[in-house]
Design a protein around this ligand. Structure first.
Ligand SMILES: Nc1ncnc2c1ncn2[C@@H]1O[C@H](COP(=O)(O)OP(=O)(O)O)[C@@H](O)[C@H]1O
Ligand SMILES: [Mg+2]
Length: 611
């Protein structure tokens, strides 16, 4: 119920639809009950059971409703008889048809209005989930499967719509229907109705038995959905490796294991849930059978009940079954919906640890220096950076070199604040970056990552991420700087060419030049290049190298280099090993040390003799 309340918050903007729905439902329930009762005069007339009455009855208030209605009917029929026509029957038929028509009209209207609420809530939860998904820090996803998050946005939200929100549909209609029906049953025979009441707690008990464990079962099903979606997602992105390693069998097996579990879980869930309908129908018919026995005696033996009324009464009692069934089903749906809501709210209620402070500073320029002082950082249990300090002055280029795993990319992650440091501080112009708004910090920094991250869109739209107001000329200019224009201009649609999923229609080097161009277009004061040239062949590397040097001239850059040839001209080179600085200085100085740097350079010149 707790989750239900939290989800209900999303219904608030659609309040007016809820109100219209309630109004329509009141009429639906009213006409629903009347439609049963309207059969009564029909029966009376058919059985020729009306007493002659020539005086119009007098209205004595609601307490006398039953007598008044009966007398009025007798009066009406007598009148018509006196006129000597068949109009009574026609009138009754018209009455019944119109009441049923009204009932169904209002039933449709009620659903019509609630549809906007249901789908609106679905839309809003999805939107909020998506925004939250982007807002949560990268670390949040390191242990989570992408498919699981996708499944929450896609299927769990849908489950909420199916289960929780379908309850909104019933929450007014069915109870009202029951209240109206029971009220009319009371009017017909209080004794019989009290007798029915004994059965309600008994039925409730049986129904609640079935509902147990439904939430747990449903949670399992939803979770499994996340698992197999993850496998699909991984398969699609790793298709080349799966095929290349002939690993189809392994993945096929993995997937089938998951769908098998899904099969088992959902069988058990569905079977449990399917018990609801039959059980409540059987319980209902038991009640009716008992009624038949008890009420039948009232009609036949003590003649305390009119036969026609008893028929209507039975009709009403049966009429209660449908809403009662719907309500017992709804209680299962709540349990099922709870499991889905829990998974959705888990994301929505996660507070990002990297959230901007309330008085976060907006910084729009870089004047002086970037300082990393005594920083220690760990992703999980072991520190990957220890007491690490560097200073980068405006206009200078700082290079980070070292074996893979030495913590170079980690520095890029920390400066851009994808993660927060554990100890020490990172400041820009003396301002701690944790005090800045993330938006303004990231506006100051241009990032080119190790793996060029591009999107399935045109070259132009990929570039526009860097600066959304850029003109085509700006884009071409940036492409030229990154030496990407030479291949882009050859493409069939130029900058409007679609580059495929993750840019896979391009070569590795082309992708990398494109992501460099994107950073160039953004034109930030600080540039962070994480092995931006690693996927380039020697020739294009030279092209890009010139471009990078051009670009870095008036900029402050942190260059993480895989190829040492790209950083020889850096103002300062930091040699890292296991998260610590082992050597630093200029290229010549480091060579002279004949230490780690020297051996790294030597290794590379053997491996790549062309350089
Ligand atoms: N998301 C992560 N979660 C846990 N450990 C990580 C993560 N990213 C990197 N590491 C670890 O941190 C260390 C430094 O990694 P990284 O900075 O990427 O190295 P480099 O860029 O120098 O090759 C490595 O030992 C790596 O295993
Ligand atoms: Mg790296």
């Amino acid at each position: 119920m707790n989750y239900f309340k939290q989800i209900l918050r999303f219904a608030k903007p659609y309040k007016q639809y809820a109100i219209l729905n309630i109004i329509a439902n009141v009429f639906y329930a009213l006409f629903g009950t009347l439609s049963m009762i309207s059969l009564f005069p029909m029966l009376k007339v058919l059985f020729n059971d009306t007493k002659a009455l020539n005086t119009k009855p007098i209205w004595n208030g609601i307490s006398d409703l039953k007598t008044y209605a009966e007398q009025y009917l007798n009066y009406f029929v007598t009148q018509k008889r006196n006129e000597g026509t068949d109009d009574v029957l026609v009138f009754m038929v018209i009455l019944i048809v119109s009441i049923f028509l009204l009932k169904n009209l209002f039933g449709y209207l009620a659903m019509f209005f609630i549809t906007y609420l249901r789908n609106g809530v679905l839309k809003d939860i999805r939107n909020e989930l998506y925004h939250k998904t982007m807002a949560l820090p990268i670390a949040y996803y390191s242990e989570k499967r992408k498919g699981d998050t996708m499944s929450r946005i896609a299927t769990d939200v849908l489950e909420i719509q199916h289960s929780f929100l379908s309850i909104l549909e019933l929450i007014v209609r069915e109870p009202l229907m029951i209240i109206f029906t029971i009220a009319s049953m009371f009017l017909i025979s209080a004794k019989l109705t009290l007798f029915v009441f004994i059965f309600i707690p008994v039925s409730g008990f049986f129904i609640s038995l079935i509902g147990k464990s439904l939430k747990r079962k449903s949670g399992k099903v939803q979770k499994e959905q996340g698992i197999f979606l993850s496998i699909v997602e991984e398969t699609l992105s790793g298709l080349k490796i799966i095929k290349g390693f002939n690993a189809e069998k392994i993945f096929g097996h993995k997937f089938e294991t998951s769908t098998n579990r899904f099969y088992k879980f959902s069988n058990s869930l569905l079977n449990r849930q399917n018990l609801a309908g039959p059980t409540s129908e059987f319980l209902g018919i038991t009640v009716i059978a008992t009624l038949l026995w008890y009420g039948g005696q009232m009609v036949l033996k003590d003649k305390s009940l009119d036969a026609g009324l008893f028929l209507v009464y039975m009709g009403l009692a049966y009429n209660i079954l449908t809403p009662a069934k719907a309500i017992s089903k709804a209680s299962y749906k709540i349990k099922k919906g709870n499991a889905a809501a829990e998974r959705v709210l888990e994301i929505l209620n996660t507070e990002s640890p990297l959230k901007d402070k309330t008085n976060a500073i907006t910084k729009s320029s870089f004047k002086d220096n970037l300082l990393i002082s005594n920083v220690s950082f760990k992703y999980e249990d072991t520190y990957v950076l220890n007491n690490f300090s560097i200073k980068l002055n405006k206009g200078k280029t700082l290079a980070l070199v070292g074996q893979s795993g030495s913590g170079k990319s980690t520095i890029a992650n920390l400066v851009t604040r994808f993660y927060d440091i554990n100890k020490g501080s990172i400041t820009i112009d003396g301002q701690d970056i944790r005090a800045l708004s993330k938006h303004s910090l990231r506006n100051l920094i241009g990032l080119v990552t190790q793996d060029s991250i591009l999107f399935n869109d045109s070259i132009k739209n990929n570039m526009l991420l860097g600066q959304k107001n850029a003109t085509d000329t700006d884009i071409i200019e940036a492409l030229k700087v990154a030496n990407a224009w030479e291949f882009v201009k050859e493409l069939p649609n130029g900058i409007d060419t679609n580059i495929g999923d993750s840019g896979n229609k391009l070569s590795g080097g082309q992708k990398q030049r494109l992501s460099i161009a994107r950073a160039v277009l953004k034109n930030p004061p600080i540039m962070v290049l994480d092995e931006a040239t690693s996927a380039l062949d020697t020739e294009s590397e030279r092209l890009v190298q010139d471009a990078l040097e051009n670009m870095m001239k008036n900029r402050t850059s942190i260059v993480i280099a895989h190829r040492l040839s790209t950083i020889q001209n850096a103002d300062h080179i930091i040699v890292m090993q296991k998260g610590e600085i082992v050597e630093q200085g200029k290229h010549e100085h480091l060579l002279g040390l004949k230490g780690v740097y020297n051996s790294l350079v030597k290794m590379q010149s053997i491996n790549t003799p062309t350089e």
